[in-house]
Design a protein. Structure first.
Lengths: 308, 323
């Protein structure tokens, strides 16, 4: 297992460099110029050149990239051009909100999704199955920004049970978690159901029945365990997605977070902040995949042994 | 003494009837072969006796299955569970896929004794290792901790057999236990099974499509064709004088030492699919002895004075497998 973990970690190094080059390159393709935001109307080109040089934006792109990388190694992601603060500070301020929201949403969709998928699979074609399938359809097709507004109208405006926006109390977390979590729940429920139904067809399950084990025990201890392997992979991918994908939901609920920061930076063409945010999202995706793979290896001896 | 008695068994799966009035019985200490091509209903017979038809959406439509005096067709699931794995054990066709890939093989054997004999983990482990040693698994105590993918096909099938033996059953149903194995391993596994059955006085139902295996191992044989019994008799009698044209054709398919290269015999045509069973005798489209009534009239299962059972309008009278 240890050698498997080390191998997987080493694999991340080339991925990280590739991703950092892409992030750096893509940002410079965005039309517009951050310096324009800093200039007073009517400033001379000379003044602009001075400010551009101050942020190092006059240097060749390769040099800018290497400088960025070098500073990154020292934990410095540069200073925000428009927001005028170290990018690291901005990230440190916003990331906890994203983690709280993303973590809660992931937990919510994992638990509810697996439970719903399992119930559907063991009651295949029954009422419960049909109900879950309908729920999956709704959950996976409703756009989250629209669902967020509907939930807000119902629970905050009409019923007045929950705050409309902000992030001060834990109650303010409920609606955003529901909004993001519903799509994930549908995804996990569907994957669990399909994987369970597929596993139930396997020879070894027939033999478990032939051994005289009770059907429920076979379904919950053996079939579900196998069904969770593809689900774990999906969840691993979802970790990164949920941090970045929360962008619109953070916006609807006016929550601080990585998504909100990224949108703001995009509007202001604030290169260092954009780079910082995208880097964090990329790292989240990489870590999510890594965690998914490691959990999978812990669950399946075939994966562990194939890698060593 | 009759241990298992199946009478006039018909099953229904989603409106079709893949088994139609089959009967056979097995005595204690006896090896019964059930033979037929793919699609003849051999595996469904096994599932019916195990009470596992509901898993594939099937049910018993008619007939009775009596095991040691207990009627199984009406037995409730909790009571049936106490028989399954405990008194009737099952060996599946493909050892590659029959073991749970994420659980160590030893634990999979333990499961049976813990469930049915109430042994604790330690006692079950000791018992499992002992059975593995009896099955001539080398270094059983080490293999016990292996995962299925670390073992060869023959070794996996031994683990499946160990699971079958773990609760000391009275009847083992082996559904093509060697089909998925290398030829060199096949004989080993069959010999091992026969030895176990003889030593322990178990009854064994050996489901196979290989008449050669039947000749070497079984006491009696039931030939199934398209969900019906074509013929059944003692192995010596059936090989000496097969009476059903299908039985005769099956025996002719066994390659022998004097079989010339490139001259392997087959039976022309194929088993009809369950949705398209022909009327009358189901074998008639492939039968060399086909006559007038065969196309329309179902041949009844008769009990001739010479023993055994046969369902054919024009049975071979003199027999002779070498014709």
């Amino acid at each position: 297992m240890l050698s498997y973990i080390i191998r997987r970690l080493l694999l991340l190094i080339p991925v990280f460099f590739t991703v950092s080059i892409i992030i750096f390159g893509i940002i410079h393709l965005v039309p517009g110029d951050p310096i324009d935001n800093l200039m007073r109307i009517g400033s001379s080109p000379e003044q602009k050149a001075i400010i551009t040089a101050r942020y190092g934006l006059d240097k060749p792109l390769v040099e800018q990239y290497l400088l960025w990388l070098g500073k990154m190694a020292q934990g410095d992601l540069g200073d925000a051009i428009v927001m005028r603060r170290p990018v690291v500070d901005l990230l440190a301020q916003n990331i906890p909100f994203s983690l709280r929201l993303g973590g809660a949403a992931l937990l919510f969709s994992t638990l509810l999704g697996i439970a719903a998928g399992t119930l559907a699979a063991i009651n295949k074609d029954g009422r419960i199955d049909q109900g879950v399938m309908a729920g999956i359809l709704v959950g996976s097709t409703l756009p989250s920004f629209w669902l967020g507004l509907l939930l807000m109208l119902l629970f905050s405006v009409q019923l007045g049970w929950l705050p409309v926006s902000g992030a001060r109390t834990w109650q303010a977390l409920i609606l955003p978690v529901l909004t993001i979590g519903l799509g994930g729940t549908a995804l996990v429920a569907r994957a669990t159901r399909v994987a369970m139904l597929e596993t139930m067809q396997k020879d070894f399950v027939l033999l478990l029945h032939a051994k005289g084990l009770p059907a429920r025990r076979i379904q919950l201890r053996h079939v579900l365990r196998h069904a969770l392997m593809p689900v774990v992979t999906i969840l691993g991918l979802r970790i990164g997605w949920i941090l970045g994908g929360a962008v619109t939901v953070e916006y609807v609920f006016a929550r601080p977070g990585l998504g909100t920061l990224l949108i703001k930076a995009l509007n202001q063409h604030d290169y260092p902040v954009m780079q910082g945010c995208l880097l964090m999202l990329a790292i989240a995706v990489m870590l999510g995949t890594l965690i998914g793979d490691l959990v999978q290896a812990a669950m399946d001896p075939r994966v562990r042994h194939a890698m060593t | 003494m009759t241990l298992l008695d199946v009478k006039d068994l018909s099953i229904d799966i989603h409106g079709i009837r893949p088994l139609d009035g089959i009967s056979f019985s097995v005595d204690k200490g006896e090896i019964l072969g059930i033979v037929g091509e793919s699609g003849s209903g051999k595996s469904l017979t096994a599932l019916s006796v195990m009470g596992l038809l509901p898993l594939i959406g099937g049910r018993i439509e008619r007939g009775s299955i009596s095991f040691d005096g207990t009627e199984l067709t009406t037995l409730k699931e909790p009571a049936f569970r106490k028989l399954r794995g405990r008194r009737i054990a099952f060996i599946t066709q493909n050892p590659m896929t029959s073991l749970d890939p994420v659980i160590r093989v030893g634990a999979q054997i333990d499961q049976v004794a813990r469930l049915h004999l109430g042994l604790d983990a330690k006692a079950a482990q000791a018992r499992s290792i002992e059975i593995m040693e009896q099955l001539r698994i080398p270094e059983a105590a080490t293999i016990y901790h292996h995962f299925p993918h670390q073992l060869s096909g023959g070794m996996k099938q031994r683990i499946v057999i160990a699971m079958a033996l773990a609760a000391d059953p009275d009847l083992i149903i082996a559904d093509e236990p060697t089909t998925a194995l290398d030829v060199t391993i096949q004989a080993q596994i069959v010999d091992l099974l026969v030895e176990l059955v003889r030593e322990r006085g178990l009854a064994l139902i050996l489901i196979t499509h290989d008449m050669g295996v039947v000749a070497q191992t079984c006491d009696r044989v039931v030939v199934l064709y398209a969900g019906r019994v074509a013929e059944s008799h003692d192995v010596t009698a059936i090989f000496a004088s097969p009476r059903h044209p299908y039985t005769k054709a099956l025996i002719r398919c066994i390659p022998r030492e004097d079989t010339l290269p490139g001259s392997l015999t087959g039976i022309p045509g194929a088993v009809p699919s369950v949705a398209h069973y022909p009327p009358g005798c189901r074998y008639h489209p492939r039968c060399a002895r086909m006559g007038v009534p065969c196309e329309k009239v179902v041949p009844p299962l008769e009990h001739p004075t010479s023993g055994g059972e046969i369902a054919c309008h024009f049975p071979e009278s003199n027999g002779g497998a070498n014709v």
